[in-house]
Ligand binder design. Structure first.
Ligand code: CTP
Length: 402
């Protein structure tokens, strides 16, 4: 059974395009946001129509596109009012230098700028896109500061190569990142102002330069929790063993391989964190006699003798820190979940331990999380990983000491 959850179901978004080459990327965003259930009303400035046609935007959004404030298709001739009333958000992408200036100063000389001034309580998000010198220009920076004061949310800009060939800050963030930010915007900010440290994925212990011992872990649960925590308004540091997953937008990721590297990275940040969520499948041992050169087969066909030593227990160590973060452990078990998980919670000294049955979890779409804490055991509804992660983040925020 496939569980499809549309991230933008029942959301009506007014999408404003202004003049910039990044308009072509916004076409992709419209398609993706539509797949997630959003209804999108596209409004373009005249400059935007130089970069992409209204026909393209109409075909992708499946709705009329608005450009002209005197559009005779609008019976009362008040598109600037009609479009904003009942909208869940206005998103300007790409937002040009000129448009940011107009927004900051409340100018209203075309349909898009007018509807922004007429927006009332409708939230406004803007994704700037411009040359780096235009972004760094003191006037632009002043305008951005004014927009922040007015509670306009800025998405990006990103650093990187620009259409003009220069390299620097000012690029529009990618369409999938705009989509993640829009979805995040609608999540409750239960962890605003908190710093959350998360470990995820497996660790990998070296035998020689080409061989390792590792645990099976895709990292998906830890990455979903990192995304959910960031959506809830937290600053998130994700210490990750080797995985094939993309970093959730807005999350700081530190890559490690071995358990000892993971331990060092975690200890660097633990004291500055409010919450530590230990999702990684940490290898329990490392190979003491690992080789710097590839081990060769011997003539007699004998197997190498590996010697193991225990790895540090990262979670237990963080939980024992005085004034350390509020700790959440995980236990993926293959049997006797209740008994093992509660014993593990006590052994590690953590207030909350999240259990799941490993054979149900590995690469599965649906996750069932069981919470073990002083007050007993409770289960969260089985659901797709990201939703389960959001429910867990919510549960954590409710349990944090005030
Ligand atoms: N953990 C850790 N450091 C380790 C081992 C585990 O931080 N060296 C954390 C995991 O990230 C998880 C919890 O401790 O949050 C439980 O991990 P698990 O591997 O299930 O427990 P172990 O202590 O290794 O116990 P066992 O292997 O006997 O089940």
């Amino acid at each position: 059974m496939r569980h499809i959850m549309l991230e933008l179901a029942n959301k009506r978004i007014v999408l404003g395009l202004t003049g910039g080459i990044a308009c072509y990327k916004v076409a992709e965003f419209v398609r993706r946001a539509g797949e997630q259930g959003a209804t999108i009303d596209v409004v373009m400035t005249q400059a935007a129509t130089q970069f992409i046609t209204p026909v393209t935007m109409q075909a992708l959004s499946g709705r009329p596109v608005y450009i002209d404030p005197w559009d005779s298709r609008v019976p009362n001739n008040m598109a600037h009012i009609n479009l904003t009333r009942g909208a869940d958000a206005i998103l300007i992408a790409p937002a040009s230098t000129d448009f940011l200036a107009k927004l900051a100063h409340g100018m209203a000389d075309d349909l898009l700028s007018t509807l922004c001034v007429a927006r009332g309580n409708c939230p406004l998000l803007v994704a700037p896109a411009m040359n780096r010198e235009m972004w760094l220009n003191p006037a632009t920076q002043r305008n951005v500061a004014l927009l922040r004061q007015d509670a306009v949310q800025l998405l990006g800009p990103a650093e990187g190569e620009q259409a003009c060939g220069e390299v620097g800050s000012g690029r529009m963030i990618e369409p999938d990142q705009i989509l993640s930010e829009l979805v995040a915007f609608f999540q409750p900010k239960t962890l605003a102002g908190k710093c959350v440290l998360i470990t995820a994925g497996p660790t990998s212990e070296r035998i020689d330069p080409v061989r390792v011992i590792t645990n099976r872990s895709s990292g998906k649960t830890g990455y979903a929790i990192a995304r959910a925590a960031r959506e809830a308004g937290a600053k998130v540091i994700l210490v990750s063993g080797p995985t094939a997953l993309p970093t959730p937008y807005g999350v700081t990721r530190l890559n490690v391989e071995s358990a000892r590297q993971m331990h060092a990275a975690v200890m660097d940040h633990a004291r500055d964190s409010d919450i530590f969520i230990s999702v990684a499948a940490v290898a329990d041992w490392h190979v003491v006699n690992s080789s710097d050169q590839k081990l060769k087969k011997t003539a007699g066909g004998g197997a190498p003798q590996l010697e193991f030593a225990p790895n540090p227990d990262i979670l237990a160590e963080v939980a024992a820190l005085e004034g350390g973060p509020w700790c959440v452990g995980f236990a993926a078990e293959t049997e006797n979940l209740d008994e093992y998980a509660e014993a593990k919670r006590r052994r590690k000294g953590v207030p909350l331990l999240v259990g799941n049955l490993a054979h149900k979890v590995m690469d599965a779409d649906i996750t069932e999380l069981v919470l073990f804490e002083d007050s007993g055991r409770s289960s969260l509804t089985p659901q797709p990983k990201l939703q389960a992660a959001r429910a867990l983040v919510q549960a954590i925020s409710q349990r944090l000491p005030r």
